[in-house]
Design a protein around this ligand. Structure first.
Ligand code: S5P
Length: 469
């Protein structure tokens, strides 16, 4: 390793920007090392060293602009910008991380290429987000340059999005140097090496228990415990249009399901007796109630839709679905100070063909859920194949569930745009529970079909290590 890199490694270690031991990460994982480069601003000599190394690293790259990802990398990018005499732009970091339209400060024109400077590479997710925002403004992004790469195959991850990663230091280089200088024992070095060999981003295999372990939303935990108790992660979507059919089917499938999903506005003879009977059956047969209301209006309106009207959903639903399109106010409108015992699933991705949900919308929705975890139990998500579903699951916070509709064992879709995948694909991709409607309720023998879906899903959960015995 060149002597400047070595010098930087030792300096970062000396100021405590790189530490070894046992650290609980935001994700809930325990890591044998910790990197926090926020303090480098207090050490101008270190910043200068970093900028010299950055200059070497980007020497052969072409760009007309430089940006630094706030906050840590922004001052560094600013120094680099003056050294290279290349203009700087930056995006405002709004207090709410999920504001989609981040403003870009500084002078630029469409078609300019911008070098992105960041401090650390961990998963790469935030890098993609920044790149998307810049590209939405017509700016071209090709290269990311970072100070420390602590990622698992981060370069390949960015490569799949057509970006190149350039790092001053990798964790491997850091531990080599510190070990040589006797700042690290062989045991500590080994622990870091083992940690780095695992793709910690692959959380599609997260068990139900591990979600419950880090989750403080009581309703999420209630649902998880019921799943484990009933050995079922099947949610039946009971879209019958009258009470007779509704209860006829529900009685038949009740032992197989963990939850019934309703669209209560479909029931043409809805009355208070419907709610009474539904609650009684839910308690007798030990399942929960999920009203798929898909709230989508401003906070003040959804509050009324939730609490009053004919349905008084808040009185009986354990969970409701919510569209994030109206912004955070929708969650506040539904739950803040309303004293209801109900939690939300946000629609992060839909099964309907041609739906307008974009990657950015999905990410923003996930962030909104993460910031409102006392009101949100997880997400409704769908992907047409296992790999895309796994990517979605990987982005979810550790304490959130992924429920997946669009599951059918016999057909691939309907003529109104619904798309289906198999139970196995759903669970292998990381769905924690499946939502099945017509596959069960339109069959001649709903009880038998429910048992079939329940068994397939639960067997797959066991096979993929999602249930801790
Ligand atoms: O993206 C979605 C989200 C939901 S909640 N796609 C869906 O199909 N759903 C709901 O799941 C939909 O409203 C319906 O109630 C159920 C799927 O029913 P099926 O008969 O197609 O299995």
């Amino acid at each position: 390793m060149n002597s400047l890199k070595r010098k930087l490694t030792l300096a970062l270690h000396e100021i405590g920007a790189i530490k070894f031991g046992s650290f609980k990460l935001k994700s809930g994982l325990t890591s044998p090392f910790y990197i926090d480069l926020r303090l480098i601003v207090s050490y101008p000599k270190i910043t200068d060293l970093i900028v010299r190394l950055l200059q070497d690293t980007v020497e052969d790259l072409n760009f007309e602009l430089i940006t630094g990802i706030p906050y840590t990398a922004l001052p560094v990018a600013s120094v680099l910008s003056t050294k290279l005499n290349t203009p700087l732009i930056y995006q405002r970091k709004e207090p709410k991380a999920y504001g989609t339209r981040q403003r870009i400060e500084g002078v630029y024109k469409k078609g300019d290429t911008c070098l992105v400077v960041d401090d650390v590479m961990t998963t790469g997710e935030s890098k993609i987000e920044i790149a998307e925002a810049l590209m939405n403004a017509g700016i071209i992004v090709k290269d990311f340059v970072i100070i420390v790469d602590r990622s698992f195959e981060g370069s390949a991850f960015l490569g799949r999005h057509n970006f190149k990663l350039h790092a001053i230091l990798s964790i491997k280089e850091i531990i080599e140097t510190l070990f040589e200088e006797s700042f690290l024992t062989a045991q500590q070095k080994n622990a870091v090496e083992i940690f780095m060999q695992t793709d910690h981003r692959d959380v599609s295999g997260r068990s139900l228990d591990s979600i419950s372990d880090v989750c403080s939303n009581d309703l999420t935990n209630k649902l998880i415990h019921k799943m484990i108790e009933k050995k079922s992660n099947l949610i039946v979507s009971l879209d019958a249009d009258n009470q007779h059919d509704f209860f006829d089917i529900l009685e038949k499938v009740a032992d197989e399901i963990v939850m019934v999903k309703t669209h209560v506005d479909i029931i043409k003879d809805f009355d208070a007796a419907f709610v009474k009977r539904l609650k009684e059956l839910a308690s007798r047969k030990n399942f929960l109630i999920f009203e798929d209301r898909k709230f989508a209006d401003i906070g003040s309106t959804v509050r009324k839709q939730f609490l009053s009207g004919i349905y008084k959903i808040a009185d009986w639903a354990d969970f409701v679905t919510v569209h994030s399109v109206a912004g955070e106010g929708i969650l506040k409108g539904l739950f803040d100070g309303t004293d209801v015992n109900c939690s939300a699933f946000l629609l992060a991705a839909m099964s309907a063909k041609g739906n307008l949900i974009s990657d950015t919308y999905t990410r923003t929705t996930i962030a909104m859920g993460a910031e409102n975890s006392k009101f949100v139990s997880g997400y409704i998500g769908f992907a047409k194949n296992e790999e895309d579903l796994r990517k979605l699951k990987t982005k979810l916070p550790q304490d959130m569930l992924l429920l997946m509709p669009g599951v059918n064992l016999d057909v691939k879709g309907d003529n109104l745009g619904q798309q289906y995948v198999s139970v196995k694909q759903a669970i292998a991709g990381g769905a924690d529970a499946i939502i099945v409607g017509r596959g069960i309720i339109a069959s001649d023998d709903p009880q038998k079909e429910a048992a079939r879906y329940r068994k397939e899903a639960w067997d797959a959960m066991e096979k993929y290590g999602r249930i801790v015995e």
